[in-house]
Design a protein around this ligand. Sequence first.
Ligand SMILES: Nc1ncnc2c1ncn2[C@@H]1O[C@H](COP(=O)(O)OP(=O)(O)O)[C@@H](O)[C@H]1O
Ligand SMILES: [Mg+2]
Length: 317
Amino acid sequence: MNNENHSKQTKIIDGVTLNLGKPDATKPTWIGQDEVLKQIHACWLVVSDKDHPLSPRITGMPGTGKTTLAMVAAQQRKQPLYIFQCTSDTRPEDLLVTPVLSEKGSISYHASSLVCAMIKGGICILDEGNRMNEKSWASLAPLLDHRRYVESIIAGIQIHAHKDFRACVTMNNDESTFEIPDYILSRLQPTLQMNMPSYEDELEILRYHLPFSEEELLKMTVDFLQKSHQLDLEFSPRDGIHILQYALKRLSQETDHPISKDEIWKEAISKVLGEDAIDLDSLAARNNRSLQDERLPMGLGDFFFNDDNPLHPDSDK
Ligand SMILES: Nc1ncnc2c1ncn2[C@@H]1O[C@H](COP(=O)(O)OP(=O)(O)O)[C@@H](O)[C@H]1O
Ligand SMILES: [Mg+2]
C-alpha cells in the first residue's frame, strides 16, 4: 500500500491516494524540569493490549518550553514528528485532508501533518490548540478516544491511526480565541502544567542557546528573569534569549567606541519587552493596581450580592 518514489510519499486508502508531507527535522534539547518530561513519556506508554495512549494537554505561559518539551519527547521515542499549527480559522479539512487542483485539472489529496503522523505511526503536536474553533476540534473527537480514527468528508474516507501514533496539544494560558468544549477537553488528559524554570535551569537554557555570550550578560539576564517570575510578570526564557541575542549583536557593533554593557543591556530589555520592563518593581505594582481596580465594587449592591445574583439591584442592567 505504501507507495514510495524519490520526491514524495503517498498512501492509498479505500482507493484514494493521499500525498504525505515530511516530518519535522529539528533536534531540540531539553534542559532541567525532568519531571514533566517523564510525565509526557508516561502518557504515551501503553501498558497492556487493552490500554490506550493518552493525549495530554501541555499548558503554560508563552515561551516556557511547551512545544520544545513535546518535540524532545518525540525525538527520544525515535518516532517521526509532525507539528500542526492551530489557528482561529483552521477548518476541519485543513486538519485532515485538503484537495488540491493539479495542473492537469485533476484533484489530488494532501494529508495534513496530523494525518501524516497517524499514517506513519508518528507523533503529532497540535500546537497552540487553544486558538482552534469547536468545529475543527469536533472532527478530532473519534481520534482522541478509543476509536482512533478520523473521517475526511472531502476525500470520503475513514483514516485509522497506526498503533504507534501519539498526540499532544499545547495551549497558552492567556491567548484563547474560543472556549474549547468540555467533551474535547475531557479527551485531552491529563494536563501537564509548564512552570517558569529555576535559576540554575534558566541559566543553563540561556547558556545552551547562546554559548558565545559573556557570563556577566547571561547572569544579568537570568537575575532579571527570575525577579520577574517572582513578581508574577509573564517574561519567559524565550524573552531572555531574545534580550541576549539583541544585546550581543549591539555590543558587536560598538567595538570602536565602547558603550557600557549595562546601557546596551537596558536598551535590549526595553526593545524586547518595552520601556516599562526596565523597572520591574513599578511594573509589577502597576499590574497589581489595575487588577485590584478590576475587582473594585462598583455600587452598594456589590457589597451584598454577587454579580450573577438575581437579587442584585443592578441585575436587570
Ligand atoms: N527547558 C528548556 N530546555 C531547552 N530550551 C528551552 C527550555 N525551555 C524553554 N526553552 C527555549 O525557549 C524558547 C521557547 O520555547 P517554546 O517551546 O517555543 O515555548 P512555548 O511553546 O511554551 O511558547 C525556545 O527557544 C526553547 O528552546
Ligand atoms: Mg509553542
